[in-house]
Design a protein around this ligand. Structure first.
Ligand code: FCB
Length: 480
């Protein structure tokens, strides 16, 4: 291990040649045009219309109108020197109702987006599922049901066939932990169910959907296409070094991380996860052929990271503290970990209330490099919300965001120096957008969006990030 640089911020850090400098978005958060060109409803369209679920009743109906403004947005990306762009394909836009015929108009939107990106020298990175399950499939049972995994694989094949001549980088799922455990466990995300067994079944069928989709993509894509998945792995810390708090880390690692890493990379569910959840389910929904179907070769692994997670075991007779940063709900998103308490990590906070701590990213990348040295890594999301507002001259100065990104890129650089094969970094997000249950109240963009006029204004962090992307050399952000 390299000893930590006494002041890494003072040094210009050079990233490896070919390292990808990107930004990320997702369909429901930016596209709008919710009923255009044959798109049908997703579980998020329904959830937004359920009273009390989303801040102020905000919806993605218009979002930031990217469906109509994609050309302008690609021009912005080119101005920012991005070499790659991670977006998601809306399943209900390209295969309305989830299992019906393909929509050519929906597919044409992504074909044109990919063409515009390629013409601007930007590599398109397509995610197949960023949480917008077609409502019809939820009505038929959603992710807790096996059929949903099969429908997902069929949709993956359809998207791969339509776009594989121009998109070579593919990701199956974005953050299946959120889909399973926030969607079906705590209910703070769509579809808003609060059933721990449904959440575990959903996790398994997301794993299965991933594996089947990898196989489906490989059967239709050219041999040089690359396939991956993006996980929001939890960087865990015990509140104290006690055995009880270390057991809390083990439990959350099982139901937060290894529930996906185990089957996707190592061929099965961890024994301790099965034991921790044995009072809820016997896992008989896992069929004999499933482990092999799920564990498919990946070309890289996407890591999404925002903040570390500090846990303890609450003493008998007391209520565990529930500040896990995933929104307020009386139901837990952590089946089998009822006694685990969640605590604020020390340090400054973003507008989400998440502690700023880049060491968690370093730890995740280096731990994965040790456990799976052959697997290239990509940071597919990292970023911060701050209450950015234009000044009197219309400029948006966001020094906190640049400092956040700088500190996390120093951590990525250190992980690379210590042997992690990290190939790229995607900042969340390109544009201010619809932040799920928080509606439009949280701004994550490099580019400010006026929610009334939808006008785009690159923030000062965007100019700083552009200089990093153009040179591959990381400098400390200066005053605007
Ligand atoms: C991640 C999501 C992304 C965005 C960021 C802030 O969990 O993948 O859509 O909401 O958090």
């Amino acid at each position: 291990m390299t000893p930590p640089d006494p002041d890494p911020a003072a040094t210009a850090l050079r990233f490896p040649p070919g390292f990808h400098w990107g930004a990320a978005t997702s369909a429901y958060q930016i596209e709008g045009a919710a009923t255009e060109d044959g798109r049908t409803r997703s579980i998020w369209d329904t959830f937004c219309r359920t009273p009390g679920k989303v801040h102020r009743g905000d919806t993605g109906d218009v979002a930031v109108d990217h469906y109509r403004r994609s050309r302008e947005d690609v021009r912005l990306m080119a101005e920012l020197g991005l070499t790659a762009y991670r977006f998601s394909i809306a399943w209900p836009r390209v295969r309305p109702t989830g299992s019906g015929p393909a929509s050519q108009r929906g597919l044409d939107f992504y074909r044109r987006l990919a063409d515009d990106l390629l013409a601007a020298g930007i590599t398109p990175v397509a995610t197949l599922y960023h949480w917008d399950l077609p409502q019809e499939l939820e009505d038929a049972g959603g992710w807790p049901e096996r059929r949903t995994a099969e429908h997902f694989a069929a949709y993956a094949a359809l998207a791969g066939e339509a776009l594989g001549d121009r998109v070579t980088e593919w990701t199956t799922l974005n953050e299946p932990w959120c889909s399973a455990f926030l969607g079906y466990g705590s209910g703070v995300h769509a579809p808003g169910r609060t059933d721990p067994v449904a959440a575990l079944r959903a996790a398994h069928h997301l794993n299965l959907g991933h594996g089947l989709a990898v196989s489906a993509l490989r059967s239709v894509l050219p041999a040089d296409a690359r396939v991956s998945v993006s996980l929001n792995l939890h960087a865990l810390r015990p509140l104290t070094p006690s055995a009880a708090d270390r057991d809390a880390v083990r439990r959350i690692d099982a139901v937060g991380n290894r529930v996906f890493l185990g089957p996707m990379l190592d061929g099965g569910y961890p024994e301790d996860l099965l034991a921790d959840t044995a009072h809820l389910t016997d896992w008989s929904f896992v069929r004999p052929g499933d482990p092999a179907a799920i564990r498919r070769r990946l070309d890289w692994l996407g890591v999404n990271y925002y903040t570390p997670t500090v846990v303890s075991t609450a003493p008998e007779g007391t209520d565990p503290v529930r500040a896990d940063g995933h929104g307020a709900s009386s139901a837990s998103p952590w089946p089998g970990a009822d006694r685990v308490g969640f605590h604020q990590a020390p340090g400054g906070r973003t507008a989400m209330g998440w502690a700023v701590d880049p060491s968690g990213l370093y730890e995740l990348l280096t731990a994965l490099a040790r456990s799976h040295p052959e697997l290239p890594l990509v940071v597919t999301e990292n970023g911060a919300a701050y209450p950015d507002a234009p000044g009197p001259d219309g400029a948006v100065d966001d020094p906190d965001r640049a400092a956040f990104v700088h500190a996390h890129l120093v951590a990525v650089h250190r992980a690379i120096a210590d042997g992690a094969d990290v190939r790229g970094y995607f900042l969340w997000s390109l544009l201010d957008n619809f932040e799920w249950a928080y509606g439009y109240a949280k701004r994550f963009g490099l580019v400010h969006v006026d929610l009334r006029t939808l006008a785009r204004t690159p923030k000062s962090s965007a100019r700083w990030y552009a200089a990093v992307a153009r040179t591959g050399v990381l400098h400390r952000p200066g005053p605007a």
